[in-house]
Design a protein around this ligand. Structure first.
Ligand SMILES: [Zn+2]
Length: 226
């Protein structure tokens, strides 16, 4: 090759590299933004229970998915190891209630805060984790706004939901019916907070979970915990 062509060759190679890197950025950008846009939060209320929580944890471990568990601390005794497993496997532990008895919880500010505090104390005593997220039992009742203020002052993030699998509403539903309800109620939502239950009666929820995870994964959602 003649020496005078060398600078031209260097210039052409540089331009080629520049276009290649720009191209890589252009193709990478949409993939990233789709993944960031669609998030599914699996949230489990009312546990722990011996069989159902264990089965749910097995599925989450197999699928490498993190979830959030809102605990009823009166159900922890005898299931401390299940609670520790939730924490150990990287899921989030949240406060739901000590008693889950609405007439007691919501009867006064003192009773409400005592219920929250007792549940939080049990979670941190058993697992060493101080919970920072909260979900109202039964949705919160008529004084929800007032109680929310009390909770936020104490540093809690309050988590609701915008999709359900129907395991409370449709008593005795099959796994297939729960799957269909999760699909139906999550339509057209980029951020899905799905309400499920891991208390003892909900074996069908544990059975539906692999299909629910498969569905959201196929639709391009990433799973996240609070
Ligand atoms: Zn509940």
């Amino acid at each position: 090759m003649q020496r005078k062509y060398i600078p031209l060759l260097v210039l052409l190679l540089s331009l080629l590299l520049l276009f290649a890197s720009l191209g890589a950025r252009i193709t990478a950008a949409p993939v990233f933004s789709i993944a960031a846009e669609k998030t599914c939060y699996l949230t489990f209320d009312d546990g722990p229970s011996t069989v159902v929580t264990g089965r749910i944890l097995d599925t989450l471990q197999k699928e490498n998915v993190k979830a959030t568990f809102f605990i009823v601390s009166d159900r922890v005794e005898g299931r401390e190891e299940t609670l520790r497993r939730i924490a150990r496997e990287g899921h989030t532990l949240g406060v739901h209630s000590k008693s889950h008895v609405y007439s007691e919880i919501y009867s006064s500010d003192e009773k409400f805060l005592a219920d929250v505090g007792s549940c939080a104390e049990t979670i941190s005593r058993v697992t060493g984790v101080s919970p920072r997220v909260y979900r109202f039992p039964g949705g919160g009742g008529e004084n929800k706004a007032h109680f929310s203020t009390l909770l936020r002052k104490r540093g809690y993030r309050i988590v609701g939901w915008n999709a359900v699998c129907g395991d409370e509403e449709l008593r005795g539903a099959t796994a297939s019916e729960l799957f269909s309800m999760a699909v139906k109620t999550s339509q057209n939502k980029n951020e899905v907070v799905l309400l499920l239950h891991d208390s003892a009666p909900h074996r069908a929820t544990a059975e539906a979970l692999p299909r629910i995870i498969g569905y959201f994964r196929e639709k391009g959602y990433v799973f996240s915990a609070f």
